[in-house]
Design a binder for this molecule. Sequence first.
Ligand SMILES: *Cc1c(COP(=O)(O)O)cnc(C)c1O
Length: 407
Amino acid sequence: MLNKIQPRRMRDKIQKTKIETPSTRFLNFALPTIGDEECEEVIRTLRGGWLTYGPKTKLFEERFSNYIGVQNSIAVNSATSGLHLALLALGIGPGDEVIVPVITFCSTANVVVHMGARPVFCDVSDDLNIDVSKIRELITDKTKAIIPVHFAGQACDMDEIGQIAKEYDLKVIEDAAHAVGSAYRNRKIGTISDITVFSFYPTKNMTAAEGGMVTTQDNRLAEKIRILSMHGISKDAYKRYQADGSWYYEVLYPGYKYNMTDIQAAIGIHQLRKLPDFIEKRQYYVGLYNESFRFIPEIIFPMVHPDRYHTWHLYVIGLEIDSLKITRGEFINLLKEENIGSSVHFIPLHFHPYYRKTFGYKIGDFPKAEWFYERIVSLPLYPKLTESDIYYIIFAVRKIIESARNG
Ligand SMILES: *Cc1c(COP(=O)(O)O)cnc(C)c1O
């Protein structure tokens, strides 16, 4: 399922391709791929007059459900909002503990704090996903949920996480911000756990400018999340402004204002249609990177599990810094001098002052995450890049490493 590219064909291609140096152009670390369809749909939506949550968002939700193969999709204004709503709907509250991987974006943990609960960090394994062998030792009688993060678009070990959740009666909320379209053992992400949350932030595999989608097979949870996303107002509140709607509504919870707008959905509908092509292009570029880096011993490859459909939101390599004269930070600066943007995913959460001060974490608590943090770099990977851009990056990486070799 993963890379259908023949290695030999790729090697020939690498040797034959003429590299055009984008010396006058900075290769951004990440950019969205927006076409005429998205632009025209946004304009049509603006001219149509219905701007906020309405028919287009409903259509986007319906198509998303079909794509994932899930009962319910609720469109929200960000994945962060979606994670917050998921915790609310599952009744996580003050005094509770929620297990999250220590390598993730801060919002995975922040939403737990918003509930008055405590984020309990778990170290990662070599695939940079949560280390499932370390979850059990973190469980206390206060533990209520686990939020696995499908790092870079590769699913976590969901069978093991499901098993642990069953044993200890925990809820599972999947942070699938990187993983729209990903699958675990032929099960699409979004269909497996209690609740799954996707992101449409511009750097993600598909975008709606900003936005997120919450999926669940549980109709009652879905209804609750939908209501909570719109002030806690009873079902289909937006209908009250339409001819067939009624002025009457009821507030069932002190909800939030987290709904998506039709302008965002206008973008999302077309991005979803293009997503399979976007993913294929990412996979193809990963094949080029992997094939070309095979002979550079200082590069640690991203670990890939054969039983998962990897959608490659990020291409994260590690640098064998012990055999190099430069640090990871210096490597990033040298790439920048070659007009290439790169990034680090992520600064482990226990490095941030807030979590250290509030929860008493310290350097040394998560050895694997810290080992990776010194070494990881995310290289540009998105469909808007050309093949020649990828080769340019490959050659720059090779050049930097070769001139930084020890001895
Ligand atoms: C981007 C990201 C989020 C937040 O997504 P938003 O839609 O920007 O709120 C959450 N978790 C992870 C792992 C992310 O990468």
